[in-house]
Design a protein around this ligand. Structure first.
Ligand code: SAH
Length: 347
């Protein structure tokens, strides 16, 4: 938990932790729900908690602080209404979120870290490395303030923005518990997806929580040689170790894994890769989401041709694998996640 000048980040506290702290300040139990509800209604100061006695507001102000990001930049797609935010955090760092409008509801894609330590060759978010983890409050704020600013009611969350969520494990679990709280944003686990580059031990650790969220695993190659070239994390956790962890995850939670596969021309999109991938996933009931590679100017990799995409899909389908292609939203605003922050940091 972040403590700044001895003050506690109040929105990162779970409700029972808040109850403990308020009891410590000599407050009656009913205050907990009152304060908690105010926080998740989006107040930025304790003075806005108008039904609390002034003395209590002052006490709270002495012990806690309330996080609130500032919109540094906002882009709205004229084509499909996608909204992209670059947020400035209280320490001057930046992260991004995207609100996507689907028929089944509005989805927000949130960041979990400032930067990323994973070093994937095709990803803009990792270029400057990992600066720091986000607090649970800072992940939640993205949902809350994207909803408030855009006026779009958020029903689904994907943790696919900047950062590796399982590399910020404790804060991410805290975030999941808070977002799920009926007195908070009250978004159910089945409306949340978490995407990881495949930290096998952390997948096992997550399985122990037995949450009903959707786990997406960024596989991007079915063999160690190819995967290690584009994802350095593969040198620590190879393909088979990741797939074993996925199998255990499914056994434990009953939730099928979704694999992400960015299609990179002549790197991971050949018939060899398609056959090997199909062989490894056949019969598992898993889902494969192909992502047409977004161009990252800093990388030399390019997207697969439509022809090799078609061939790849054909192979997977022949093996009975459920495959979809990710639709590109907001094509008229800045491409993929990580790029707005990247641009801002260069200034
Ligand atoms: N660290 C997590 C989540 C962040 S990225 C993870 O690795 O899964 C969300 C997805 O976008 C991941 O599958 C990631 O590999 C993919 N991605 C990153 N850069 C991309 C690019 N330039 N084109 C297509 N997909 C990309």
């Amino acid at each position: 938990m972040t403590e700044i000048m001895d003050k506690t980040d109040i929105k990162s506290l779970l409700k029972d932790e808040l109850a403990g702290r308020l009891a410590g300040l000599g407050e009656p139990a009913f205050r907990t729900k009152q304060v908690f509800t105010w926080l998740w209604r989006g107040v930025k100061t304790f003075d806005e908690m108008t039904d609390l006695p002034k003395a209590l507001r002052e006490k709270l102000n002495g012990a806690f602080f309330i996080t609130a990001p500032v919109v540094e930049r906002k882009q709205v797609s004229r084509l499909d209404g996608t909204v992209k935010y670059l947020w400035r955090l209280r320490d001057g760092n930046f992260v991004e979120s995207v609100v996507m409008r689907y028929e089944h509801g509005n989805t927000v894609c949130v960041s979990s870290q400032v930067g990323c330590a994973m070093g994937c060759a095709f990803c803009a978010s990792t270029i400057g490395g990992r600066v720091r983890n986000l607090a649970a409050s800072e992940i939640l704020d993205q949902v809350m303030y994207a909803q408030a600013d855009s006026g779009l009611k958020i029903s689904n969350i994907v943790m696919m923005g900047i950062g590796e969520p399982l590399d910020n494990f404790d804060n991410v679990i805290r975030f999941l518990r808070l977002v799920n709280d009926p007195d908070g944003l009250n978004i159910g686990m089945r409306h949340i997806s978490l995407s990881t580059c495949g930290l096998a031990e952390k997948i096992d650790k997550l399985a122990d929580f037995d949450l009903q969220l959707t786990l997406s695993v960024s596989l991007h190659a079915p063999d160690d040689e190819t995967r290690s070239k584009i994802m350095p994390v593969n040198r620590a956790y190879g393909v088979d170790r990741v797939l074993d962890a996925c199998r255990r995850y499914f056994d434990r939670t009953g939730r099928r894994i979704s694999f992400e596969y960015a299609m990179i021309r002549d790197v991971n999109d050949t018939p060899f890769h398609a056959e090997l991938l199909a062989g490894k996933l056949e019969g598992t009931g898993c889902h494969v989401n192909l992502i047409p590679l977004n161009d990252v100017p800093e990388s030399k990799l390019s997207p697969s041709t439509p022809e090799s995409m078609r061939r790849f899909i054909g192979t997977l389908e022949r093996h009975g694998i459920n495959v979809t292609v990710r639709r590109k939203l907001g094509p008229d605003i800045e491409a993929s996640c990580g790029q707005l922050r990247r641009e801002r940091e260069k200034k």
